[in-house]
Design a protein around this ligand. Structure first.
Ligand SMILES: Nc1ncnc2c1ncn2[C@@H]1O[C@H](COP(=O)(O)OS(=O)(=O)O)[C@@H](OP(=O)(O)O)[C@H]1O
Length: 398
């Protein structure tokens, strides 16, 4: 039997809801392995839990009728059935942009126990999605239709439930990591059980990759509608302008790096600032942090850790990490021309921030700061070693 959502609840009172939630809690604890236990609900969820129909249904049956987040939350308060391995949805790859999120999403999508979203980057919860009202005082919120489309079409609800929840639905919108506190809080409110994956790349390389990405996009003529939509995000405009000029040979990579490093942290991908926003909302154990350089140098152990974190069986894993979204071999594959003093200047901005990021990662138990910084320091030294006596260098991304 399926349930249409929170529209027709037959409330039997708060006591019944509390009893049911307590039973679910107990059952979940007895099951032991269940990773998420709902401990508090909003009024809509409590009403659903109190409905007599729901008391007869299994979690997966309830989920079959869910077309909105309140329904999902109520379903997740019920005990999981035998063989069910995952929540729905189960995980988000949050970012950072240009840190191999597309390759990671493709890798997981090829895993028989995972179900990637369509598209890979729905951008549902953040500034370009329909639920965010950045330029008005309206609170974050999604209408019923948008929620339904997201759950059914983007996250493939039916296919995932048909698997008996033996597949983990996930999406990968790399701009989520730079979400505002209000947006992150909204995601937590709607999907409190999510597992969250973050990848970080040597920060100068990450910005160079983004600069090239935007240079290529801004050179598309006529400008596509989706690109025009992005123009509403005024904060990121100076960087995009610089990228456009770079591709017309009217600015240099150094100019654009300066712009990128001076932008607002939430736009420029200041790793620790963005991560701390998320850590202030979701518990620490929900996060898994990957270093791009470790991942790309020696994928197997990093991918095995990722699968363990998500709850996927590593023995079913695809062999290879794909190489998606690659531009470093297309543009300036021998390196970007820069003067030594210019690179040193950028480094004088990037290094202290990278050290802060490493300190935050250590503070939260994600990595040892020194070990984390070593591959980044090695990349900086490699680039400095490329400099000629006249100060001309060729700067490569990691
Ligand atoms: N397997 C592997 N090995 C080495 N490098 C890899 C790999 N997979 C992705 N990449 C590099 O990651 C960059 C793309 O990252 P994203 O997919 O996260 O970009 S995006 O934010 O989704 O646009 C992009 O960097 P640039 O080429 O410097 O732009 C990719 O080359």
């Amino acid at each position: 039997m399926s349930v249409a959502g929170p529209k027709s609840p037959k409330a039997t009172g708060l006591l019944a809801a509390a009893l049911l939630a307590a039973a679910a809690l107990l059952a979940s604890f007895r099951q032991g392995s269940w990773p998420y236990v709902a401990t508090h609900h909003g009024p809509a969820v409590s009403r659903l839990l109190a409905s007599e129909r729901w008391q007869q249904d299994s979690r997966i049956e309830v989920l079959r009728g869910c077309t909105n987040f309140a329904c999902l939350r109520a379903a997740h308060a019920l005990p999981h059935g035998p063989g069910e391995l995952f929540n729905f949805p189960h995980a988000f790859i949050l970012g950072f942009q240009k840190c191999a999120t597309t390759s990671l999403a493709a890798y997981l999508t090829a895993h028989p126990q995972a179900a990637g979203s369509t598209p890979k980057e729905p951008w549902f919860f953040t500034r370009y999605g329909n639920c965010s009202h950045r330029n008005s005082s309206a609170p974050w919120g999604c209408d019923q239709q948008a929620q339904q489309r997201y759950l059914l079409e983007t996250l493939h609800r039916d296919a995932v439930l048909d698997s008996g929840l033996t597949r983990a639905a996930f999406e990968a919108s790399p701009d989520y990591i730079s979400a505002s506190h209000a947006e992150v809080a909204a995601i937590r409110r709607e999907l409190p059980w999510l597992k969250l994956v973050v990848s970080m790349r040597e920060p100068i390389s990450q910005k160079m990759s983004a600069i090239v990405h935007w240079g290529e996009f801004m050179s598309i003529t006529p400008r596509p509608a989706w690109l025009q939509k992005l123009e509403i995000d005024r904060k990121a405009v100076p960087r995009r302008d610089c990228s456009e000029r770079l591709f017309k040979n009217e600015s240099t990579m150094y100019d654009c790096l300066l712009v990128a490093f001076q932008e607002h942290p939430e736009v420029s991908g200041e790793y620790h600032v963005n991560l701390q926003t998320w850590l202030s909302v979701y518990p620490r154990e929900r996060f898994h942090v990957i270093q791009f350089e470790n991942l790309t140098a020696k994928p197997a152990p990093v991918l095995a850790d990722l699968q363990r974190f998500v709850g996927l069986d590593p023995t079913l894993a695809p062999q290879e990490l794909p190489r998606k979204n690659i531009r470093k071999v297309t543009y300036q594959s021998q390196g970007w021309p820069m003067k030594r003093r210019e690179y040193e200047h950028i480094l004088s901005i990037a290094r202290p921030r990278a050290q802060q990021t490493a300190a935050v990662l250590e503070q939260h138990g994600f990595a040892h700061a020194k070990e984390w910084l070593a591959p980044w320091e090695a990349a900086w030294q490699r680039n400095l070693a490329s400099c000629q006596p006249n100060g001309d260098c060729l700067i490569q991304v990691t």
